[in-house]
Design a protein around this ligand. Structure first.
Ligand SMILES: [Cu+2]
Length: 313
């Protein structure tokens, strides 16, 4: 079974992954056996009962009860096994253990926000402790998204105006990739995040120091890091090329034309407003798709981003 998993699937790194894989292999192996058996039977019968001479006449066969019962009962048993097995696995996957550690997840086009009990918010980085159940309570700020962690074999839709949840218990310290698996627009394929699994102590340390590690960093450097960390660079380039949003190069103090013809100078206030209330004014020729960063970036971080944009002349 393990060999088969290594061959077909990403490594199983959660407590429930192996049970999911076992059912997957059962369905797969049974299907292959049936496929081969049926194919051989078809070939054999078409050879055995081939037309041998012109006056060959096919006898009339009304039915064969034994055969019909056999080919109804065997699939019925297989389907019942898959149902029972799948249903008990499903119940396990939708029932998080009571002591699960809770993290709020917000999907936005096109990034993931993870909100921790301390109030810390990380973008596209999910930090979790190893060997402890974690429950994600998820919602979307805009369209349908879906959070998928292949290594843990968990996936759940993320909807606007409603909470969905999933849980897992990571069994290995390390990193796993997180995908959005609901097509959600232009940069859907960039809607990636990473799950970082820490030891219990390292996780506590991370939680205590998250965010404050930036405290004595140079503002320009911090700004550049925040632009990557908050996925601004999926929509804004620093080299003049046009992505979903306008480039940051040459933005500082330039004249921006809005949808309604208004011309605005890109000063501190304009950039700040663009980050906190992106839909207050829309640039001419662009779609109103930027998510608001109100609540996830504080004043110091916004200042740092502005300092960084100033350097991109
Ligand atoms: Cu998405």
């Amino acid at each position: 079974m393990n060999r088969l998993s290594e061959f077909m699937l990403p490594p199983a790194k959660s407590t429930t992954a192996e049970a999911t894989d076992a059912l997957f292999h059962f369905i797969n192996v049974t299907s292959v056996i049936l496929l081969v058996g049926i194919t051989i039977a078809i070939l054999y019968f078409s050879w055995k009962y081939r037309r041998r001479s012109d006056d060959d006449v096919t006898p009339v066969i009304a039915h064969n009860s034994k055969l019909e019962i056999t080919w109804s009962v065997i699939p019925l048993i297989l389907v019942l096994i898959v149902f029972g097995w799948g249903f008990s696995g499903y119940l396990n996957l939708i029932t998080p253990p009571d002591d699960a550690y809770e993290i709020r997840v917000v999907g936005k086009s096109w990034l993931w926000e993870f909100h921790y009990e301390t109030g810390h918010v990380s973008v596209n980085e999910l930090h979790v402790p190893v060997n402890r159940p974690v429950k994600l309570i998820m919602s979307s700020d805009d369209v349908l998204h879906s959070l998928y962690i292949p290594d843990y074999r968990v996936k759940m839709d993320v909807l606007p105006n409603r909470y969905t949840s999933l849980w897992f218990e990571a069994t290995e310290i390390g990193e796993s990739i997180i995908f959005c698996t609901e097509y959600c627009g232009t940069a859907h394929s960039n809607m990636l995040a990473t799950a970082y699994v820490h030891s219990a102590e390292d996780f506590e340390t991370w939680l205590e120091t998250a965010g404050s590690a930036d405290d004595d960093m140079d503002p320009v450097e911090l700004g550049e890091r925040l632009v990557t960390r908050n996925a601004c660079n999926t929509c804004h380039s620093a080299d003049g090329s046009r992505l979903t949003g306008p480039t940051f190069q040459g933005l500082w103090m330039s004249e921006r034309t809005m949808e309604d013809g208004e011309v605005v100078t890109a000063d501190e206030n304009y950039i700040r407003e663009s980050i906190l209330e992106p839909n207050a004014r829309i640039n001419q020729g662009y779609d109103p798709v930027m998510p608001s960063y109100a609540g996830s970036l504080n004043d110091r971080q916004i200042d740092a981003i502005i300092e960084y944009i100033k350097t991109l002349q």
